[in-house]
Structure formats: structure tokens, C-alpha cells
Design a protein around this ligand. Structure first.
Ligand SMILES: Nc1ncnc2c1ncn2[C@@H]1O[C@H](COP(=O)(O)OP(=O)(O)O)[C@@H](O)[C@H]1O
Ligand SMILES: [Mg+2]
Length: 243
């Protein structure tokens, strides 16, 4: 038996879904449109910086420092737009069997120098016989990069980051365990919402992007945290059933 009020609700729901899909597509094209002029700005700023570096004059040095600020903000905007585009374009994932350990090694290698300068010890416990996972390598790498970056940023006075992979009953799991500042309850409630950040220069797009990416891989993300002690994120991915 169909209840007319439920049918009305379902229709309203459907309309809302269409509207929000249209908005997401619009925001995605806006982000894409911004990228082109931004890269032109960045290129020209780089050229100006190169010219300035050749001049030996106090004014040139002062301008050089200002140009550095512009360059940093350009990179920040580019990172933000890329994360935003990944968030809106998750329907185009190309899933291929790949090694989660290999991907983590790449991400951790990338952060090696930064971790050292932040006095963070990174421990890798990667299960040798880990089954492969269906993954879109570039997208998953971006998600893991955001999460490792968050962990490093949570340890301003240094600390330890344990990265572990292991088999589970239905697939494989990655644990990212940091000894950072931990996450308070308001943040735990909101941190997966786009643009929610507790950082002065944060985008608030890292975790929502990571969560969407992990879910688009059929995975789930869990978090446990204690303020002042640290945080553990666990990502679980299914692996194809072996015959
Ligand atoms: N490992 C972590 N330790 C402590 N806080 C974290 C951690 N990861 C995420 N957070 C919190 O979640 C918020 C949202 O993270 P994210 O979406 O990556 O945005 P951003 O890093 O730009 O602030 C952060 O501002 C921070 O408060
Ligand atoms: Mg982040």
C-alpha cells in the first residue's frame, strides 16, 4: 500500500537531490574555471621572482619577499581547488587492483623531510602479505596525503606517527595513529563537513575529501581520539573474495 504523504516526501527528496547535484556540478565548473587564470598568475609571479632574484638592490629583496607570499597563497589556492575538484568528481574513479602498502610508502616518503623537521618519528608496520585493493591510485593517494598531513600538523612539538596495515575479516585496514593534540567533541562532530577547520590557514576540505574517496572505494573510516593524547584513524577497504 502506498501512503500519499510518503510519496510526497520522496518526491521532495528527489528534487532536493537533483538541486544539490546541479549545485555541485556548478561549483565544480567554477573551481575548474578559476584554475586556469590562477596558473597564469602563478607562472608570471614565478617569472617576476626569477628576475628579482638577479637584482642586487634592497627594493628588489623587499619585493622578493612579497612575491614569496603571493606564491605561497597561489599554491594554497591550487591545493584547495584540487581537493574541491576531487570532492565533486568522485564519479569518475578508475578502480584497478593495486598495493596499499606501495601507496603508503610513496606518501610517507613524500613527507619524510617534513616529518624530520617537525621532530615526528614515523613508524611503518606494513603487513607483508597484504592482499591488493581495487583503487584509483591518484585519488586515494591524495586522500592519504591529506590524512598524514593532518597527523603531522597535530604534533607541533613533535611526536610519533604509526602507520600500520593489516588484514581484516573482509579486507584490509590502515591505521594512522598519532601522538598529537587529539580532537575535541565539537570537532569530532563537524570535521567531516566541508570547510570545517580549527586551523588559521586550513581549508577544511581534507577530511571530507578523504572520507568521500574512501567510501567511493567501498571503504569506511573510523576515528578514536583523546584530547592531549592523540588520534587513531582507521580506514577499512574490502578486498575481492578469493575463490
Ligand atoms: N590527526 C588529527 N589530529 C587532530 N585533529 C585532527 C586530525 N585530523 C583532523 N583533525 C581536525 O579536523 C579538522 C578538519 O581537517 P581537514 O578537513 O583536513 O581540514 P584542515 O586540515 O584544512 O583543517 C582539522 O582542522 C583538525 O581540527
Ligand atoms: Mg587537513
Amino acid at each position: 500500500m502506498s501512503d500519499p504523504s510518503i510519496a510526497r516526501l520522496e518526491q521532495a527528496n528527489e528534487e532536493l537531490r537533483t538541486q544539490s547535484n546541479e549545485l555541485a556540478a556548478l561549483a565544480g565548473s567554477l573551481a575548474h574555471e578559476i584554475k586556469t587564470p590562477l596558473s597564469v598568475i602563478r607562472l608570471n609571479v614565478e617569472l617576476i621572482a626569477e628576475d628579482l632574484a638577479e637584482l642586487d638592490h634592497p627594493v628588489a629583496r623587499r619585493l622578493g619577499r612579497r612575491i614569496e607570499v603571493v606564491q605561497r597563497q597561489c599554491s594554497r589556492l591550487e591545493g584547495l581547488l584540487n581537493d574541491f575538484l576531487r570532492l565533486t568528481r568522485l564519479s569518475h574513479l578508475e578502480l584497478v587492483a593495486g598495493s596499499l602498502n606501495g601507496l603508503l610508502e610513496q606518501v610517507l616518503d613524500f613527507f619524510e623531510a617534513e616529518a624530520r623537521s617537525r621532530k615526528v618519528e614515523v613508524l611503518r608496520y606494513l603487513e607483508a602479505d597484504l592482499p591488493s585493493v581495487q583503487m584509483d591510485k591518484q585519488t586515494l593517494q591524495a586522500a592519504l596525503t591529506n590524512m598524514v598531513k593532518n597527523a603531522l600538523e597535530a604534533m607541533p612539538e613533535g611526536g610519533q606517527l604509526v602507520v600500520r596495515t593489516r588484514m581484516t575479516r573482509t579486507g584490509v585496514a590502515v591505521d594512522l595513529i598519532d601522538t598529537g593534540q587529539g580532537i575535541d567533541s565539537p570537532t569530532l562532530l563537524n570535521m567531516f563537513e566541508p570547510f570545517y577547520t580549527t586551523k588559521d590557514a586550513g581549508s577544511g576540505l581534507g577530511l571530507p575529501m578523504a572520507k568521500k574517496v574512501i567510501e567511493a572505494h567501498g571503504g569506511v573510516i573510523h576515528v578514536q581520539s583523546e584530547v592531549g593524547r592523540g588520534t587513531q584513524f582507521t580506514l577499512e577497504f574490502p578486498t575481492p573474495r578469493r575463490l
